[in-house]
Design a protein around this ligand. Structure first.
Ligand code: FES
Ligand code: FES
Length: 79
């Protein structure tokens, strides 16, 4: 299993739109954080789909250590 790369020390806030699916970068290599840009292709990591149920601001994990993928669970403070 490939180890994800820490892309950010903090979560990334995004205004998501109800009914839209977002592909969160789990590998940390994307240049379009927090979203996948296909850079995971040489790893065995794949993006995680987040389907927005409502329009609101959410905090995607940037450190890639969250246990609540794709959202920040505070793990960036201890990793
Ligand atoms: Fe990864 Fe908060 S940014 S857990
Ligand atoms: Fe990271 Fe696709 S670029 S999961």
């Amino acid at each position: 299993m490939s180890k994800p790369t820490r892309a950010s020390d903090t979560p990334i806030a995004v205004e998501v739109e109800a009914g839209t699916s977002y592909f969160w970068c789990a590998c940390g290599l994307s240049k379009k954080q927090p979203f996948c840009d296909g850079s995971h292709k040489d790893t065995d990591i794949r993006p995680v789909v987040f389907k927005a149920e409502e329009s609101k601001k959410v905090f995607f994990c940037g450190c890639k250590a969250t246990a609540a993928q794709p959202l920040c669970d505070g793990s960036h403070k201890s990793t």
